[in-house]
Structure formats: C-alpha cells, structure tokens
Design a protein around this ligand. Structure first.
Ligand code: MN
Length: 737
C-alpha cells in the first residue's frame, strides 16, 4: 500500500473514532462536523505531525476531547478547523461562507490566542497572561478548545524534539494548567500538570513513578481491607454508593515534597477514596457512618458543599485513621457534584446532555455554575454568558504588552498616557506620541486586550494639562498634576534668579555670588533676613513677585560689602547708562516660552514689537503690559518699585494673541470675506465677537482675537483687512486702549 493511502486510512480511522462519540448530536449536526472534517483534512493534506502521522489526526484528537465534554457542533467544527487559518492559507471569509460566522469566530479566536507567546518567568506575569488569555476569548468554548488542543499537544510532546520540552511544558504548567483549574476542569488540570512534570524533570518523574508503584503494592492488601469494610457499612445502611480509589498525581506528590519539605513516605502514605452518593443528604449520612467506622483526624473535616470552592468544586472532605494507623482521606459528593468537580465549566454541556429532561441548574448544586446557567437560560447567548463568567472571575482590567512583551494590567478605559505612566513617570512625562500594534494613534486612545503599545518619548516633551481630561488611572493623574506644578515652580525659580541677577547688576555686582563655598555664609544670612527655608524658595518667591528683587539685591550688596567685596564701578556706569538713568534693574528677555511664571496682560495684549513693561504682582509672577497701557500706568503710579524692565527676544518661539476690530457693512458673506482676508495673512482667529455698531445701523463691529508673530505681522493683517470689500475700518483694539 502506498504511503499516501496509509496516511489517509489512518486519518479516516481516527475520524471514525470521533464520530462514535457524537451520538449526543443530531444527525444534521454530525453531518456539519463531517463537512468540517473534510475541509480540514484537505487543508492539512501533506502536513505531518512529528510522529509522522498525517496532521489531521491532531485536530481530530482535539475535537474528540471536546466531544468528551459534550460541546456543541460549532465547537467541534472549530476544533477540527483550529489550525487551518494559520497554517494552510485558509481565510476567515472562506470559513464564514462555508460554516457560518459563529464557527469562523471561534476559529479566529483560537488563532489569536495562538499568536500570544508567553516567554517570561515572572510569576505575576504568568498571572496576568492567564487573565489576558481568558479576557481575550469572547466565548468560553474558545478556552475549552484551546485546553483540548494543549492537552493533545502535551500528550504527544515526547514526539517533539527535546529542546522544546522545557518551554512548552513550563508554559503549560504556568498558564494552561491554572486556567483549567480556575474553570474547574480538574481532570484536565491534573493531566496537564503531570505531563508537564514528566517533560520538565523526566528523570525525577521516572524515579517517583517507580517509588509510588512500589508503595502502593506494599499497601494493597490493607487498602482492599478498608474498601471492603466501607462498602459493608454502606450496604448495611441501604445507601447505594460508588467507591473509587483516589490516587494523587505524581506532580502533586512532587510539589508537596518540595514545598512542605516532606519525605516521600509522609506524602504517599496517605490513601484516598471517593464516595459518590445519590443525594446531598447522603453525603452527610455517609460522613456520619464513616466517622463511626474509623476515628476522624481532628481538624481535617471540611464542608465544601456548604461553601464551594471558587471554581465550583463541592464535596465533603474528611481524614480517618484506618487499620494499622494509616491515614485515609475520604471525599463524599453526589454524581452531579462529581461532574462539576472533574469538568467544571464544561459540566454545563456535559450535564445537559446526560440529563435532558431535568433542568440542569436544579441538579448542579454549585452556586457559581447555577448562576451561570441562569444567565445562560435567560440570554441564550454564549458571548454574554462568557462575559458574565469573566466579570465573576476577573477584575475589570485590560491586559496589554510593552514592545518587550511585558504585560501590564490597566483598568478598563485606560489610555496610552496611563500606559506610559504605568511604565515609569519619566516615560509618562516625556510622552510625545504612541503606536498601538505598529500604528500611530492619538494619546487619548483607549487600550484593548492584547494591544502592543509603544510610547514615543522626546526629552523636550512635557505633560499636557489636557491629558487630565482623559487619563483613567490615579497614578497618571497625580503624576501629571505633580509635573505641572513643579514645572511652574521651576520656571518661577529661574525667573527669580534672573531678576535677582539683574537687580545685582544694577547695584554694580557683575558676578552672581554662587557656587563657591565662601558665599555660603552670605546666603545663610540672606535667608535669615528674608525668612525663607532655602535658596530655591527665595528665588521662587522672587519669581512669583512675593519678594522684590531690588530689596533682596540691596541686602545682598550690603552683605557683600561687609565681607569686603565692592560693587564694580564700570558695571554700575554701564547699567545706568543703558537704562537711561531709570531706576529700573536691567532687562528681562521674553520669548514666549515662559508658561506659568509670565502672563501677557489681557488688558493690552502685548505682541513682539510693542514697547513693554513688566509688573511683578504679589504672588502672581510677572505680568507684561504694553508700555502705555492704562492699567500699567495706574500701577506704575502707586507701585513703581514693582516694575522691572523687560524686552522681547529677537526670535520669539510662539505667536501672541491680540485684538482687532473691523467695522464692516452689513451684508451676506461679509464674515467669510473677513475670515478669508485674515487667513490670507496667516493669522489664526482664536476668538470672534460681533456687536452692532452704535453709530451706524448699516455697519457692524467685528471683534477678533488673532494670533500674530509681531507688530509687523499685525500691520500686514490690518492692511489686508482694509483692502477687503465691505470693510470700512480695521484697527488693533484692546479693551483698555
Ligand atoms: Mn493545535
């Protein structure tokens, strides 16, 4: 027989094995599953597993596990097709057309999970990864199929090259086994653990296995005796029971020895029986009977029926002292509890199939599952059902990746900026732009599970107050606030230093007394005089106008003279000369980069090119006015010592707002013409206000705020306006002038 035929025979044989398990499905459903099988078989044609069998045997095995759980036809079809999207060039559209979108969505969900690679050893990362896996699946069936997939891969791991064992087995142990446990799939949980152990520590596994077999055979007679005695008690009481010996998995023995530093004998010299009884009351009756038969070990009784474990597990547990003083653990539960105990969330499908007449929720006593089943009955929507499961199981979080595959958990609704601050406040403070999954996005973009987020920083970037409107985490919020506050403070301090420096120059001191140890006592005395805690505070106070630089400078000059330093006569003359004999201290240069420490007065709205004056208000920082502003003139009259010289930098870094009033004839489209004229002159309108002109009914005043570069720019704008049709007049206009 040619190899191809042998391969297809093997596949057909294994599919026959699957169909034998499908008797719980309708004829039509089985036919659908068969179609999915044919499609997958064709798609995987020519691909082989590591053991040389045709690849299709793997999807069939996965589907067979799903059939054990009695999952529906859609899930079985998805199981058969689960590797087809990635490996065989099949598209999602094709799947939708052939098998409908629910099946296609399941396959798509599985493919997405496959793309997640877990490759860090950190425990909390594993926890996040598990949660993310679960959160990403929109349907619980995706997780079940995934677990079936992983189970089969683990069962066949020995066929895979040994170099891969470690990675695959640790991933299984850290990610998939705990998920199985969390969903109550205890049988799968135990199997995944043992298979992982077997491949992680092959040598220890073999030794332990032999030792356990030896210990069991040594105690076989004793265990037989216990079993007979227990059976006799139940027969006498008229309770039909199913008793099964319960063996610890090798992994759990190994783990106990490791974690609790117990010897092999201490761990394995405990025997376990499971007693399955018809009703819940029987569980308690059984407990009473056993406690009469053997002496219970104090403190070992646990009622997991009244209080179920988080994953829905229910049973009574007790430990008894049997013949020859050996400890025997007993678990008492009903058949329904047993189904849940072994299959967890999958029990939902399982139990429905086995007991079609009963309302499943009546028999599955577990509150957790029961509430899920209620939801399921109400909604009949698998997605909604799963959403409820997730709400129960997981915090309201999204899980995202850094470019280096670190996982971060953030509250739902968190944005790129929250992410940046979660990494580090330095990253947050310098955030300039961001990419999600390689695409540039706005900083306010909300994150989704599985997003790979990359923050682009720039050393000159600073937090924007607007971020406060959309950040979600308290951390980001407080860091942004803190930074804005510090920024204002730093600016005030540097302004304060400039002011003091120039006040000193006006007194003839050229070099700022700083940086040398000899000046330390000078500063100490100065701080005692001003009452400030330290130099930063003093300079900030000067910058904010809480202290006047002139006065501080005069005091400083006195202190310097006391220590023997004299003002420099040359500097003194030069300053006096350049300041035209005015009492002003030198000039502060402004370029518009000052944020909080300098305000450009609203009354006159100075722009570069205007002659300007600076007024150091008390605690408000420096206010810049146009020199002949009425407000400034009034201040100068009563508060002249607070005025300081300011000048524009040669190249201001931004535009400045100023007011324009244009008188226009009323008519259609006038505003548009005016706006066009402004745009032509490259002036951005930041505010517009229309008032009826009091003197002429047919004319109106349009008031604008425009952002301009300087007075020359403003002149160009006004000229443009005056040339515009229907504009009668155009002037600079600020409220005080
Ligand atoms: Mn697979």
């Amino acid at each position: 027989m040619p190899a191809g035929a042998a391969a297809s025979n093997a596949a057909a044989a294994s599919f026959a094995g699957l169909t034998a398990k499908l008797d719980y499905l309708s004829v039509q459903d089985v036919e659908q599953v068969r179609l999915a099988y044919r499609f997958a078989d064709e798609a995987h044609l020519g691909q082989l597993r590591n053991n040389g069998e045709p690849y299709i045997t793997h999807p069939i095995a996965v589907a067979a596990q799903c059939a054990e759980w009695k999952l529906d036809a859609q899930a079985l079809m998805a199981a058969l097709l689960h590797d087809a999207l990635e490996d065989c060039g099949v598209t999602k559209i094709e799947l939708i057309e052939r098998f409908g979108s629910p099946v296609a969505e399941l396959v798509d969900g599985l493919t997405k999970l496959d793309k997640l690679q877990f490759n860090t050893r950190e425990e909390n990362q594993a926890e996040s990864f598990r949660k993310m896996l679960l959160a990403m699946a929109r349907d619980v069936r995706v997780i079940l199929i995934k677990l079936a997939d992983r189970s089969h891969n683990m069962r066949t791991l020995s066929d895979v090259p040994r170099s891969k064992w470690n990675r695959i087995a640790s991933e299984t142990l850290e990610i998939y086994a705990p998920i199985a446990y969390r969903l109550g799939l205890n049988q799968t949980y135990r199997e995944l653990q043992d298979l992982s152990f077997q491949h992680l520590k092959p040598w220890r596994y073999v030794i332990l296995k032999k030792a356990v077999a030896k210990a069991r055979s040594r105690r076989r007679d004793l265990i037989q005796k216990v079993r007979k005695e227990v059976e006799a008690v139940f027969t006498g009481a008229g309770i039909p029971v199913r008793i099964a010996g319960r063996e610890k998995t090798l992994f759990s023995i190994y783990q106990k020895m490791q974690n609790k530093h117990l010897s092999f004998a201490q761990v394995t010299d405990i025997y376990g029986f499971r007693v399955l009884v018809p009703t819940v009351i029987d569980c308690y009756t059984a407990l009473g009977l056993l406690h009469q038969l053997y002496k219970p070990v104090p403190g070992k009784f646990k009622d997991h029926i009244a209080i179920a474990k988080v994953n829905g597990y229910q049973s009574l547990h007790t430990t008894l002292v049997g013949p020859s003083g050996i400890n025997i653990e007993f678990q008492m539960r009903t058949e329904a509890m047993h189904v849940v105990a072994e299959s967890g969330v999958a029990a939902h499908w399982l139990y429905k199939v086995n007991n079609p007449d009963e309302a499943a929720s009546d028999r599955l006593g577990t509150k957790w599952l029961q509430s899920l089943l209620d939801i399921q009955d109400e909604t009949r929507d698998a997605a909604e059902f799963w959403d409820h499961v997730k709400v129960d199981l997981f915090p309201d979080a999204v899980y995202v990746f850094t470019p280096k595959s670190q996982i971060l958990a953030l509250p739902r609704g968190a944005t790129v900026v929250d992410f940046a601050y979660a990494i580090h406040s330095n990253v947050g403070d310098r955030t300039m732009a961001a990419r999600i999954n390689g695409e540039q996005v706005p900083l306010r973009t909300e994150l989704k599970n599985g997003d790979v987020v990359e923050v682009i920083t720039a050393p000159v970037s600073t937090p924007n107050p607007a971020w406060l409107s959309f950040v979600r985490t308290g951390r980001a919020r407080s860091k942004i606030r803190h930074h804005l506050k510090t920024m204002a403070q730093t600016e005030s301090e540097s302004l304060g230093e400039r002011l003091l420096h120039q006040a000193l120059r006006a007194e003839g001191i050229e070099s700022f007394p700083d940086g040398e140890p000899q000046y330390e006592p000078l500063w100490e005395k100065l701080l005692r005089f001003t009452g400030n805690k330290n130099r930063h505070e003093l300079l900030t106070d000067i910058g904010l106008g809480k202290r006047i630089a002139n006065i501080v400078a005069k005091r400083m000059v006195n202190l310097l003279m006391e220590s023997g330093e004299r003002p420099d006569a040359v500097v003194l003359t030069r300053e006096r000369f350049s300041a035209h004999e005015s009492p002003s201290v030198g000039l502060i240069t402004l370029d518009g980069s000052e944020n909080a420490s300098v305000q450009y007065a609203q009354c006159c709205r100075p722009i570069p090119g205007d002659p300007i004056v600076g007024y150091l208000g008390r605690g408000e920082g420096l206010a810049v006015h146009v020199k002949d502003c009425q407000v400034a003139k009034r201040l100068q009259f009563k508060d002249s010592e607070r005025f300081i010289g300011v000048e524009w930098a040669d190249e201001p870094v931004r535009t400045f707002e100023t007011g324009i009033v244009a008188t226009v004839t009323n008519g259609k489209g006038v505003l548009a013409k005016v706006a066009a004229a402004l745009a032509n002159a490259e002036a951005d309108i930041t505010h517009i206000d229309m008032a009826q002109d009091a003197t002429q009914d047919e004319a109106s005043d349009l008031r604008f705020l425009v952002a301009v570069r300087d007075t020359t720019h403003l002149e160009t704008i006004l000229r443009n306006l005056r040339r515009t049709q229907s504009v009668l007049r155009a002037e600079r206009s600020n409220s005080s002038s």
